[in-house]
Write a protein that binds this ligand. Structure first.
Ligand code: PLP
Ligand code: COI
Length: 364
């Protein structure tokens, strides 16, 4: 464990890196997840050797056998985190050890090898250092995608005896269309995301694959995201396809669904709860029924609602659509509480506001 945690990365850097002016052009207005940096970090695990072969190398396609376990039984997990460039040109990560911890929890749920936290953060940091020029300034950021998949060539159904951990990086702007101040969400009466005892709290690719039909239904109805209700009663609000959700009540309190085991424990969600509590705002983590949300939005008891996550940051929910109708939240735009929470969180992440929590992790 100790040797694995302090494992050094071997560097074989790209022979002809992207020229600086081309990097500047590609990070100016990137679409989410389309542009990638020059390098990637990889670490391998086998049952015989444990974690080994840590490398930073040129980003390149993998060569895998058609019988590679992940292609058949989907043993795959991932994380989403960002590197930010401050006004003083420093580069930092936001709570990277929280991502490392969640990655281990996802690995445990999916019967995969658990990567030591120091190795996870070391891989991310090493990649950010090498591809530092790709970290956009301003409102942009470098989205980091650590992931791991089963690499054993074997068709028997059991946990793989080999894994590949990898980190890639992508300069990004807003997840939703630039300039969009509030999104419209779709509440599906056909699909659910996760049931108790399932994998809802793990960040595994299969959860997103299973959510795509609902996302397609949302898009067909002119919506940006899906709000999933619980699988047992189809009554309680859980989360969005790729974000957690908060409600701002008329007494100034915040409300968010509890970590019931079926939703992803978002790091943005946890940070907003801590931020709000520090400001004296009451936060309740209690189940909230979709029907109550509709009634509260109409009566004005719910003033605002927002989605939150690494990719989405803090994004207002302006309207809610479902098979039987539609309702608006507040005036349909971004409300003042959502705006303030977004400004405080992004201010801390970008080093514009002092960080009283020790959340910022500088990359030397
Ligand atoms: N819920 C789901 C399903 C997600 O994919 C994400 C994004 O990672 C979140 C919530 C928010 O998590 P975090 O704030 O850690 O990015
Ligand atoms: C993230 O926010 O990092 C996610 O994984 C969600 C996805 C919508 C990109």
């Amino acid at each position: 464990m100790n040797t694995e945690s302090t494992m050094q990365f071997a560097f074989s850097l790209i022979a002809t890196p992207t020229p600086h002016d081309q990097i500047v052009a590609s990070i100016a207005n990137p679409v989410f997840g389309r542009v990638f940096t020059d390098h990637m970090a990889t670490v391998r695990w086998t049952s015989a050797l444990g974690w080994h072969d840590a490398k930073i190398e040129a980003r390149r396609p993998f060569q895998i056998d058609p019988a590679c376990a992940v292609l058949h039984y989907a043993q795959e997990i991932f994380e989403g985190m960002k590197a930010y460039r401050g006004e003083d040109n420093s580069v930092s990560l936001f709570r990277p050890f929280e991502n490392a911890k969640r990655f281990r929890a996802s690995a445990e749920r999916m019967s995969m090898a658990e990567l030591p936290d120091a190795l996870f953060v070391g891989a991310v940091e090493s990649l950010v250092k090498v591809d530092r020029d790709w970290v956009p300034g301003g409102d942009g950021s470098l989205y980091l995608r650590p992931f791991m998949f089963a690499t054993e060539t074997f068709l028997g159904v059991r946990a793989s005896s080999e894994y590949l951990f990898c980190v890639i990086a992508s300069p990004v702007g807003p997840y939703f269309k630039a300039g969009k101040t509030a999104v419209t969400v779709w509440v599906s009466d056909r699909y659910t995301r996760a049931a108790l005892g399932g994998t809802g709290a793990a960040k595994c690719g299969g959860n997103y694959a299973a959510g795509l039909s609902a996302q397609t239904e949302a898009s067909a109805n002119g919506c940006d995201q899906v709000v999933f209700l619980d699988a047992a009663e189809h009554k309680w609000i859980e989360e969005l396809g790729g974000m957690n959700v908060f409600f701002v009540m008329d007494d100034g309190s915040l409300r968010t669904p509890p970590l019931s085991g079926t939703i992803l424990p978002g790091i943005t969600r946890a940070s907003i709860i801590e931020l709000a509590k520090r400001e004296g705002i009451v936060v309740s983590e209690e189940p909230y029924a979709f029907e109550t949300w509709q009634a509260d939005a109409i009566s004005g008891r719910v003033r605002e609602a927002f989605a939150c996550g690494t990719a989405a940051v803090v994004t207002a929910i302006g309207a809610v659509r479902h098979a039987a109708g539609e309702f608006t939240i507040g005036d349909g735009g971004e409300g003042p509480v959502t705006q303030r929470i977004r400004a405080t969180l992004t201010g801390i992440q970008r080093g514009k506001i002092a960080d009283p929590f020790g959340w910022i992790h500088h990359v030397a």
